[in-house]
Write a protein that binds this ligand. Structure first.
Ligand code: UD2
Ligand code: MN
Length: 578
């Protein structure tokens, strides 16, 4: 009951799988390309080997559907069975609260759940029906961890061996990144892995090197055809592995990810991840789940069980052909501890000839935590800024300055030596960042063709658009230009939105005031055309021009366009040449 209550509070698509309603109409399907974002960008519908899901006629090899009906089950009333939330027994409540900070998830809840608990099959019917060739590449599972709870790790390992056809598991490699020797962590693990029907190697780092370098160590020890990277707090579900391996068999340069389901940090209840989102990122290089755009739905002919071409990956759970990983430059060894490596690898995959996919037929649960339980040596920001700066300087071409404008703090950290990574990019003859934005992530909010990032100045009065620290739903302001960015930093995006601190300038009323509102796709009142000749910012919905109203109450309005009115003439400090 408690679980059902909690579930009601969650976003709907997390719990209920909707049957795809989208069937593109014939007219759309006949068009070889669709227009997207604006008339200058054309996104081509790409058909690739990843679209094939059934056996071709000449293929005589054996294909099968894996059967999970014989897996042993536990009494359904055991805590957490069937992916249910743990209802904490009274006598453990205090301990559970007390120890939450050890892992930033409830280790006591984890401890009372069976290692082989049952998780309901997360796959759609289309996925359950699918067959895969028996002859798939094998894999080395690589898990790195620093001070991770024991039972969670053991449950992850148990799910791997129970839910994967053993013939594909070459080995499991555990890289202990200098965990503090807690008695419950090391002892049982060594004993436990001996019971697994798969060879297990444990590598123990004498000093902490962070997740990227730890994964590199694991990769160096791997011998499988492919490598499967997983976090230390996961549970694999029925049928998770073959769809991933199949993509690599079809195309060795594919990097498939499962859908990442949610294991609650509070009670270990298991919730389906969304099949309607994939990976994006924002101008601060923060990873986000973003809605799958229509062009990708159309490319898949509305079949939501087909692989998704995702712009970025979350980073924790993916599979890659072992040799391809090295050809592509593995990980950047100059990156420390945590952060930005997932985006760096995402760009590298797409820009240098690979394909990054999410496989809706493959589901793996992950405990998402709200904070990291561990410390970042030297300070969280410093570590993440450094990683991010390395990524920016190697991969973003003419956008480098843009990112430094958005995140001036990055300039306060050293990036370290980048020669090898730049050389790698040249040697692999990777495509440009602009190519990536236009072809792989045209929905991003990064400026493409109508680029400006800086101040928007009313020349006559030397006043600049300014949020004046106002929030969503409040009036946009203006104040004396100071040229220091901050609240006067305005982005004129590819969608012709004017953005200040992530909010869109929105024309309300005729004539009316300009508000700061959340950006909405297709909202014409948030689209502004720049008239070079008259220096007007003309609202697409009303056709009215933005004007300074009164210097004292610093409100910006829209009013009838009039070339003689100086209050309507706006200049960009930093326009991009097209
Ligand atoms: C997400 C990714 C993670 C990584 C990270 C960005 C998912 C589900 N997870 O982080 O894989 O891409 O974003 O860098 O997409 N660890 C070490 N040594 C350290 C720090 C961490 O071994 O110094 C381990 C840690 O124990 C865990 C893994 O690295 O097994 C990932 O760390 P996390 O789970 O704290 O990060 P998460 O899931 O927020
Ligand atoms: Mn994690």
């Amino acid at each position: 009951e408690k679980y059902n209550e909690l579930v009601k509070l969650l976003p709907r698509d997390r719990v209920e799988r909707e049957v795809p309603a989208m069937t593109p109409n014939s007219e759309q399907l006949l068009k070889p390309e669709i227009n997207y974002v604006n008339k200058n960008i054309q996104v081509f519908l790409v058909q690739g080997p990843e679209m094939e899901t059934t056996r071709n006629q000449n293929d005589t090899s054996e294909w099968i559907r894996e059967d999970f009906s014989n897996l042993p089950t536990n009494p359904p009333e055991w805590p957490g069975e069937n992916g249910k939330a743990v209802v904490m027994p009274e006598h453990l409540k205090e301990e559970s609260k007390e120890r939450f900070k050890e892992n930033q998830f409830d280790i006591v809840a984890s401890d009372i759940i069976a290692l082989n608990r049952t998780i309901p099959d997360q796959r759609s019917q289309a996925c359950k029906n699918r067959e895969y060739p028996v002859d798939l590449p094998n894999t080395s599972i690589i898990i790195v961890y620093h001070n991770e709870g024991n039972s969670t790790l053991l449950r992850g390992l148990t799910s791997i061996v129970n839910k994967s056809p053993l013939r594909y598991l070459k080995e499991i490699i555990l890289v202990d990144d200098a965990s503090v020797d807690r008695e419950y962590l090391h002892g049982p693990l060594d004993e436990f892995v001996k019971t697994l029907p798969v060879p297990v190697k444990i590598i123990r780092n004498p000093t902490r090197i962070g997740l990227m370098k730890a994964r590199l160590k694991g990769a160096d020890a791997a011998t499988g055809d492919t490598m499967t990277f997983l976090d230390a707090h996961i549970e694999c579900t029925n049928g998770w592995l073959p769809p991933l391996l199949f993509e690599i068999k079809k195309n060795r340069k594919s990097v498939p990810n499962p859908i990442i389901d949610v294991i609650s940090d509070q009670h270990f209840g298991y919730l389906a991840g969304s099949e309607k989102t994939y990976g994006g990122f924002d101008s601060k290089f923060v990873f986000h789940w973003v809605p799958i755009p229509e062009r990708e739905t159309m490319r898949r002919n509305g079949d939501e069980s087909l692989p998704l071409r995702t712009p970025t990956m979350a980073g924790g759970l993916f599979i890659i052909e072992r040799k391809f990983f090295y050809e592509l430059g593995a990980y950047d060894e100059g990156m420390d501890i945590w952060g930005a490596e997932n985006l760096e690898l995402s760009f590298r995959i797409w820009m240098c000839g690979g394909t990054l996919l999410i496989l809706p037929c493959s589901h793996v649960g992950h405990v998402f935590r709200k904070k990291t339980p561990y410390k970042f040596p030297g300070g969280t920001n410093k570590v993440i800024f450094r990683n991010t700066r390395r990524l920016i300087e190697v991969w973003t071409d003419e956008y480098t300055q843009y990112f430094f404008n958005v995140m001036p703090d990055l300039l306060s950290v050293e990036a370290g030596n980048l020669t090898n990574r730049i050389e790698l990019r040249n040697q692999l003859q990777c495509k440009s960042f602009r190519w990536y934005l236009e072809n792989i992530y045209p929905e991003s909010n990064l400026p493409l063709f109508y680029y400006h990032l800086g101040s928007v100045k009313n020349e006559e009065y030397n006043f600049c658009l300014d949020t004046l620290k106002r929030k969503n739903g409040e009036d946009c302001g203006a104040s004396s230009c100071h040229g220091k960015g901050g609240n006067q930093l305005i982005e004129y995006s590819s969608k012709q939105n004017l953005l200040a601190m992530g909010l869109c300038l929105d024309s309300q009323g005729i004539p009316g005031v300009v508000k700061l509102n959340n950006c909405k796709d297709e909202s014409l009142s948030q689209i502004w055309d720049y008239d070079e000749e008259n220096k007007f910012l003309k609202n697409r919905q009303t056709g009215l021009c933005m004007a300074l109203n009164d210097l004292r109450n610093s409100v910006v309005i829209t009013t009838n366009c009039d070339p003689s009115r100086k209050s309507q003439k706006w200049l960009f400090s930093n326009p991009m040449k097209l």
